[in-house]
Design a protein around this ligand. Structure first.
Ligand code: AMP
Length: 292
């Protein structure tokens, strides 16, 4: 068997522009998959979905400093370039954009994209700098690659809504595709930050998805919103999490609060802490019908 073709490594914005322009000139459809690296099967699911929907997948790997607060884990964030390249080769991605921070943030950089509405609350409340950093870097990547589609994980559900909003508001001609969350065999949502977990912490972390799926099932079966959420928070405490930033039920389309009797699509979103690791996850509420 011939070894998989290594993706072309694009180090500079001019390389990315040139690669994308050349692919477009050949009539090829381009998918962009922005990541911060330390790739796992969740990222690779985005690459594969991109390959199913387009001819060329460009993955970007950039640990974006502006979306981390000074006390957060920018320095410690896992960087696994060689393994990432192997995974992208095996998946069939044609290119990887791996820029330097100086290229992305030239001297005197002073522009920021701020998305209102969906950025407020949840992650926006607990990590106030994050969505500004994410929206700005994603806008920059979309402007340079000008892909036909860009893929993002439902794992970061609020981020997916923020990006969907920003491309509508700024009339960026790209289709944003959300890809379902990949989980391990115990249901733990795959995350680069899971690498921080000790064996004991991983056992605790795995409880989160069970708590959320159970709460979603109870709400889907007509359970009282406040009661179900209260119980979920209590269970998180008992499971050994060191803190619950939020476990919240929201309108899946705009992340607004929902009142009893709400009949639209809903999502339960959560952020918890175990040791020094902060985990987020979310699940859809299915089969909900207003109790009669
Ligand atoms: P990150 O490298 O964590 O910034 O993530 C890059 C992209 O991969 C984002 O669109 C994430 O939502 C997505 N992603 C991360 N983890 C998962 C997962 N477990 N399943 C699906 N997508 C994911």
């Amino acid at each position: 068997m011939t070894p998989p073709q290594k993706p072309q490594v694009l180090r500079h914005i001019s390389d990315l522009r040139g690669f994308a322009a050349d692919a477009k000139a050949r009539g090829l459809r381009i998918a962009l998959v922005p990541t911060m690296g330390a790739l796992h099967d969740g990222h690779i699911a985005l690459v594969k979905e991109g390959l199913a929907r387009a001819d060329i997948v460009i993955t970007s790997i950039f640990v974006n400093p502006t979306q981390f607060a000074p006390h957060e884990d920018f320095g410690a964030y896992p960087r696994t370039w060689d393994a990432d390249l192997d995974k992208l080769s095996a998946a069939g991605a044609q290119a990887v954009f791996f820029p330097d921070a100086r290229d992305m943030y030239p001297d005197g950089f002073s522009t920021s994209i701020l998305v209102g509405g969906v950025s407020a609350g949840l992650e926006g409340e607990h990590r106030p700098q994050m969505f500004g950093g994410v929206a700005t870097i994603v806008t920059k990547l979309l402007l340079q690659a000008q892909p036909h589609i860009a893929l993002f994980g439902e794992k970061d559900y609020q981020q997916l809504q923020v990006i969907s909003r920003l491309v509508i508001d700024l009339n960026i001609p790209v289709e944003i595709i959300g890809v379902p969350t990949m989980r391990d065999e115990a249901g733990l949502a795959l995350s680069s930050r899971n690498a921080y977990l000790s064996a004991e912490e991983r056992v605790i972390a795995t409880q989160l998805n069970r708590i959320l799926f159970r709460a979603a099932e109870q709400i889907g079966a007509g359970g009282d919103f406040d009661g179900v959420l209260r119980e979920a928070r209590e269970q998180a405490g008992k499971a050994g999490f060191d803190g619950v930033d939020y476990i919240a039920l929201r309108d899946a389309r705009n992340l607004q609060d929902v009142e009893a009797g709400f009949t639209g699509e809903m999502r339960i979103l959560a952020a918890v802490r175990v040791g020094k690791t902060r985990l987020i996850d979310n699940v859809a509420v299915r089969g909900y019908a207003v109790p009669v």
